[in-house]
Design a protein around this ligand. Structure first.
Ligand code: SF4
Length: 485
């Protein structure tokens, strides 16, 4: 039996069954998982450059790492990956910096970019550091401070801004006691997998997802929309599996009520709302979609950490009598942003509805482009009154079909109107499109392993982005047919 590690502890905090199962079987990371791991590696490399006199403790084996750490502690230099064990718990610290004569400052490096994101993951981050505190205290290592080091959202390679910010969190640690820590350890050491019911905590990446969710049919209570009160778990744990079986007297939101009705009777429509939406369209209609990529370390001198860099657009133009398709894809290593916006400006002109699916995204990208290229700012501002967000129809549940499975995303809505959906495409979702683009033009941001596992390219990118705007054309036609045929 190996050591109980920080990642076991963090997984156990979500599900002790998953923690136990992942002792022996590790899931194969998704493309997103591999990308995150590689971005993390790049950030780790950068963080170590902040401490040029630092020494990396060898990582060949846990026991060797622990032994070498004890030797290197005596040198009183910054240490990377110093490892400690206490009663079977093993922790490795990203960075330990000597403080005064005997003490150390512990720094945990995160690839998040700002406080907002930090807030979102705060508890996880604090748990992460607290695990290290527990093991270090057990070893009698005096720690002066515990800090998070994360990316500065304002950093660009051309500015004199630091890439990292450091924030001390010593006063916010949850201070798990030994019995609390031991509770997870005991689950970890069980002879067989603990019994945990499925719930909102389950993720498709979990190694046991297939077996735990086996036999759960479509139309189940976990499809409930915006289920922040975890009603689905309450229903499931009381024996109600299907949406259609939720009792009439159950307290649900208006949208969840529509879902239950749809599960029993099929498609639900709010004719007046859909009519109002369609009446608001002004010809020519421009169906527009963007693809972007975002990396922890900016690819270009003037872009920020994790900035969404647009590299491709697709526009279908409906002039009333014919539909035309236009597209842009930067096929070079150059910064695509200026060509992107200047060519789009020519295509969209100055009048007609600009139909997008989730306007917040396209609007945000164009606003950022207007900041970078102020000559477009008036035009970008003028688009505000031209945007029509098709997502509103589905997010507002003016249209809801059980096949959407509680989602208003285009990837769930489009197949309701055209069964072929995205299934025949080499690229089926936006994040994979961004990985494909990076593989083609900036593979250094993707890592060799991930880049070599992607076997689609430029033609697939063109097909995918085109499909997104084509899907919107099909949906609007479908809505018209429902109302007027
Ligand atoms: S699928 Fe859910 S319940 Fe099953 S092990 Fe994974 S997280 Fe736990």
């Amino acid at each position: 039996m190996g050591y109980f590690t920080k990642s076991d502890f963090l997984t156990g905090n979500k599900c002790v069954k998953r923690m136990w199962e992942e002792k022996t079987v590790s899931g194969s990371p998704t493309y997103s998982g591999q990308f995150r791991i590689y971005q993390g590696k790049l950030i780790t490399d950068e963080s170590r450059k902040q401490f040029p006199e630092g020494v990396l403790v060898p990582l060949f084996s846990v026991d060797e790492n622990i032994k070498e750490t004890q030797q290197l502690l005596k040198k009183r230099v910054p240490l990377f990956e110093a490892g400690f064990q206490y009663k079977g718990f093993y922790a490795r610290c990203d960075i330990l910096v000597p403080h005064g004569e005997n003490s150390w400052d512990l720094i945990e490096v995160k690839s998040s970019k700002n406080i907002k994101q930090y807030e979102k993951y705060k508890q996880k981050y604090l748990d992460d550091i607290d695990f290290q505190r527990f093991v270090l205290e057990g070893n009698g290592i005096p720690i002066n401070s515990y800090s998070l080091m994360y990316l500065n959202k304002d950093y660009t390679p051309e500015r004199e801004e630091p890439l990292f910010l450091i924030e001390e969190v010593s006063d916010y640690l949850p201070l798990y006691s030994e019995p609390e820590m031991k509770k997870f350890y005991d689950f970890f050491m069980m002879a067989s997998s603990p019994d945990v019911p499925i719930g909102k905590h389950c993720e498709k990446e979990c190694v046991s997802y297939e077996s735990c969710w086996k036999g759960i049919p479509d139309g189940n209570v976990f499809e409930l929309y915006w289920d922040s009160k975890r009603r689905s778990e309450q229903f499931y744990n009381s024996g109600i599996v299907l949406l259609s079986d939720i009792p009439d007297e159950a307290k649900l939101s208006a949208k969840q009520c529509i879902q239950v009705k749809a599960a029993r009777e099929g498609l639900q429509l709010d004719i007046d709302n859909i009519q109002e939406f369609l009446n608001g369209l002004t010809y020519p209609l421009y169906y527009m979609d963007f693809e972007t990529f975002s990396t922890a370390i900016p690819v270009f001198d003037t872009t920020k950490v994790y900035q969404k860099v647009p590299f491709q657009w697709s526009v279908h133009v409906d002039r009333g009598d014919q539909i035309e398709h236009m597209e842009f894809l930067e096929q070079s290593t150059n910064d695509p942003r200026y060509s992107f916006i200047s060519k789009l400006r020519r295509v969209l002109g100055d009048k007609g509805s600009v139909i997008v699916y989730n306007a917040k995204f396209e609007r945000g990208v164009l606003k950022e482009l207007a900041e970078a290229f102020p000559e477009f700012s008036d035009w970008v501002e003028s688009l505000e009154e031209r945007y029509v967000d098709l997502l509103d129809v589905f997010r507002g549940f003016s249209f809801y079909h059980p096949a959407q499975r509680g989602s208003a995303s285009l990837k769930y809505v489009y197949p309701v109107f055209d069964q072929s959906g995205y299934s025949e495409l080499g690229i089926q979702e936006g994040e994979f499109a961004s990985f494909t683009y990076l593989k083609e033009f900036h593979p250094e941001s993707l890592g060799e392993k991930l880049a070599s596992s992607i076997d689609v390219g430029v033609p697939d990118l063109l097909e995918y982005c085109k499909k997104d705007t084509e899907a919107m054309v099909v949906i609007i036609e479908g809505l018209r047919k429902l109302l007027y045929d």
